[in-house]
Design a protein around this ligand. Structure first.
Ligand code: G4P
Length: 526
């Protein structure tokens, strides 16, 4: 039986940011606090510096690093923290979106110089869809950045969420003196310190305390004024509103200088939710339930080319997962047991005997899993809300070696199960169209088809704007549409119809002409 304390002590989250805002640096500092690593520089950045014309070794390296750092588990102050890594490169954004379905909350890193960037907006959009609680860390305060009040307005406007500063900076850039921690009522003084985890905190009774004048001198008046304004403008922090994803608390600091990191980590542990009930196709499932259940949100090819097996990452949602016990694979209607389930503590993989709600484990898979699959102790339900987004680049697959058609078919099927790209089939002729969010995936697919499946193909560009999933309550109109627009209809891997729009203009016309048909840029697995 799963004990309440095992659930309460877990925090499963992700750090998200636009590339270069400081996600890797913050992750590393968290791991230092957790004692999971001893020195700075131990966490590899999973960024791919190159873009479309990629170097395959770089891709391989990326894949290797991302498997090693996919989940970082560590203990801190009696709490089991599961930090799920998200790829930095925008071509792998879908992977990030899916990882966000497996977390209970998120820390968003924003660069104080650049403010809210494109990728930040998109990632936040996914969090908003699921009302995931978000804490914002405004990073790089040692650099001259935007005015903090302007930045707060920008966050609210572009991220479509209310914010509530829980700390406030005393100057910025070269004059950065530290922060006043509104939540704990103390002054945290900045002392550039890149590797150790010492800190310089002064407890004060309130901001009127004469100590503030003696420490900050002329800056004392400014911080008093700023904080008065903050208190006037923003509602009192409400933990429940944060947990419902309605308000995002904000902290300021400098990850590189290890400043403000412990502050955000301590507050995170205090306010962030432990594993919550989750929606399935049948009912809400609570983590306290005795029966085990979980879902696969990521699949990773094994790096060893001699072994074709893959690792499926399973988020445990209820009950206790046990090694060697038979579980129901709901989609296939078969039972499986796992002899070598692995957990990820820091960068070490180890075989585990049991795991609890909030944990993420790796299951060796020979091709039975796809993203969104649910495992249970027998009940038939599927976890919901694992999104597929309309791809942006489309290419038709053309077999370059007719002797290897079977291998090509299998390879394409398995790689798209992994979520590397999406597969659409178009009639007549069973034409296979691959859709991705970035050019890089086509290189990855070609390379892996050749090296792992011995198949080769070429891609023919298809000038499409979007693939929209279509649904309608109006059966007659829907059937008419499918018939009349047959040339522009394809089916995804779940057999759901999509409309292939050549241009935005064309799509707008369709939306106007067929009011009873719903065109969506997103579909949920299952
Ligand atoms: P990412 O994972 O979000 O892509 O960002 P990452 O942590 O790699 O940080 C991007 C760059 O920003 C790095 O510099 C990093 O050292 C720097 N950085 C992170 N936090 C701070 C901060 O608080 N202040 C300042 N001034 N810089 C910060 P880089 O030169 O691109 O990489 P590296 O060669 O130093 O590793």
């Amino acid at each position: 039986m799963v004990s309440q304390s095992e659930i309460q002590k877990r925090r499963t989250f992700a750090i998200i940011s636009h590339p270069d805002a400081g996600k890797t640096t913050l992750t590393e500092k968290f791991l230092l606090f957790g004692g999971a690593i001893q020195t700075a520089g131990a966490v590899k950045n999973n960024k791919i510096k190159k873009t479309a014309t990629s170097d395959f070794m770089e891709i391989e390296k990326q894949r290797g690093i991302s498997v090693a750092t996919s989940v970082m588990g560590f203990e801190y102050n009696g709490v089991k923290i599961n930090l799920l890594d998200t790829p930095g490169h925008k071509d792998f954004a879908e992977d990030t979106y899916r990882t966000l379905t497996a977390v209970d909350s998120v820390i968003l890193v924003v660069d104080c110089v650049k403010g809210v960037e494109e990728q930040t907006e998109r990632l936040m959009g996914v969090c908003r869809m699921r009302n995931t609680p978000v804490i914002v860390f405004v990073n790089k305060m040692d650099r001259p950045g935007k005015d903090p009040f302007d930045l707060m307005d920008e966050l609210e406007e572009k991220l479509n969420i209310r914010v509530r500063p829980l700390s406030w900076p005393i100057n910025g850039g070269p004059d950065f003196k530290g922060v006043y921690n509104i939540y704990r009522n103390n002054l945290n003084l900045f002392n550039a310190n890149k590797t150790s985890i010492e800190r310089d905190i002064v407890s004060i009774s309130d901001l009127q305390d004469p100590q503030v004048d003696s420490i900050l001198g002329r800056d004392a008046a400014k911080i008093r004024e700023d904080v008065e304004l903050v208190e006037g403008v923003y509602d009192t922090f409400n933990k429940e509103a944060y947990r419902k994803g309605e308000v995002a608390p904000v902290f300021f600091g400098s990850a590189l200088n290890n400043f403000g990191v412990q502050e955000i980590l301590d507050t995170f542990l205090e306010i962030a939710p432990s594993p919550l009930p989750r929606k399935t196709s049948e009912r809400m499932v609570s983590p306290e339930e005795n029966a085990f259940s979980g879902f696969v949100f990521k699949i990773h090819a094994n790096l060893d080319p001699k072994h074709r097996d893959r690792i499926a990452f399973l988020r445990i949602c209820s009950g206790v997962f046990e090694r060697n016990k038979f579980y129901q694979h709901v989609r296939l209607g078969r039972t499986f047991r796992f002899t070598n389930p692995t957990s990820f503590m820091a960068q070490e993989k180890s075989i585990i005997d049991s795991a609890y709600p909030g944990d993420v484990i790796g299951l060796y898979d020979t091709g039975n899993f796809k993203i969104g699959d649910t495992l249970t102790e027998g009940e038939s339900f599927m976890y919901q809300g694992i999104p597929s987004f309309s791809p942006e680049i489309f290419r038709e697959v053309v077999n370059a070696d007719p002797m290897k058609s079977k291998q090509l078919e299998k390879g394409i099927n398995q790689l798209t199960d992994e979520g590397v790209a999406q597969l659409f089939t178009k009639q007549p002729g069973n034409r296979k169209i691959i859709g991705t969010v970035g050019e890089l995936q086509f290189d990855v697919i070609k390379y892996r088809l050749q090296h792992e499946y011995g198949a080769s193909c070429t891609f023919h560009a298809m000038p499409l704007y979007k693939a929209c999933w279509i649904t309608s309550e109006n059966k007659t109109e829907f059937e008419n549409f499918l018939r009349q627009k047959g040339n522009h209809i394809a089916y995804d891997k779940d057999g759901l119809p999509v409309y292939l729009a050549e241009t935005k203009g064309m799509l707008d016309i369709m939306i106007r002409h067929y009011p009873d048909i719903d065109f969506s840029f997103m579909s949920e697995h299952n």
